[in-house]
Design a protein around this ligand. Structure first.
Ligand SMILES: C[S@@+](CC[C@H](N)C(=O)[O-])C[C@H]1O[C@@H](n2cnc3c(N)ncnc32)[C@H](O)[C@@H]1O
Length: 197
């Protein structure tokens, strides 16, 4: 589906978006209705170059927007975006506490640098998802939602099953803008049940 990939790439150029990833979040949102008027405090893990942030900032209810990535984000977003450049593995769970008590939505589009060795890439992707899920468990308000990119692998069903113990509803989805040949998909957890569940 190279043609579809190119279509989203061209659309991003035409519409001035930083990356075609924008259309992945847009598709997840169309399907899952993530950005309700109650969703005001949002964090984006693995946010560079910033196309998910572009989408988040277009949502009328967005109030506190936080982001983290290993890489710097070159685009100058409004000062209300709190960005920390850090490896997620070294990011304290309360790193964003000065800006926000609890988040309504935790997003992670983090992906490891791929090696081409499928099993290695899957394991690294899973590690990033585990860290993102720990961050979400600590920082989501009850009822909040979590979205994470994962490279499908043998251990994926176990990760999804564990999420089901924390969220009332857990789904998986591969948006059109995600290349067919890529083994990435998104896991979406809704209605967070709280950390003690
Ligand atoms: C697919 S890109 C994210 C694209 C972004 N959602 C957008 O729309 O612009 C994946 C990002 O994950 C980040 N990443 C990978 N490993 C990370 C880590 N250990 N800590 C923080 N960020 C990480 C990468 O630096 C990269 O910017």
């Amino acid at each position: 589906m190279r043609e579809l990939h190119d279509r989203y790439f061209r659309q991003a150029k035409r519409e001035g978006k930083l990356a075609r990833s924008y259309y992945k979040l847009a598709a997840i949102d169309r399907r899952e209705k993530l950005f309700t008027p109650q969703v005001k405090n949002i964090i984006d893990l693995g946010a560079a170059p910033g196309s998910w942030l572009e989408y988040v900032l277009e949502q009328p209810a967005s109030r506190v927007v936080c982001a983290a990535d290993l890489k710097v984000i070159a685009k100058k977003f409004k000062p209300s975006v709190h960005f920390i450049q850090r490896d997620i593995n070294d990011l304290p769970l309360d790193a964003f506490a000065p800006f926000c008590d609890k988040f309504d939505l935790v997003l992670s589009d983090m992906a490891p640098n791929t090696t081409g060795v499928k099993i290695v890439d899957q394991a690294r992707s899973l590690e990033l998802c585990e860290v993102a899920a720990r961050f979400a468990a600590q920082n989501l308000r009850a009822g909040g939602a979590f979205v994470a990119k994962i490279f499908a692998g043998e251990a994926t069903p176990d990760f999804v099953a564990r999420l089901r113990t924390h969220f009332a509803e857990v789904k998986t989805y591969k948006p059109d803008a995600s290349r067919d040949e890529s083994f990435e998909f998104y896991v979406i957890g809704k209605d967070f049940q709280g950390i003690n569940n």
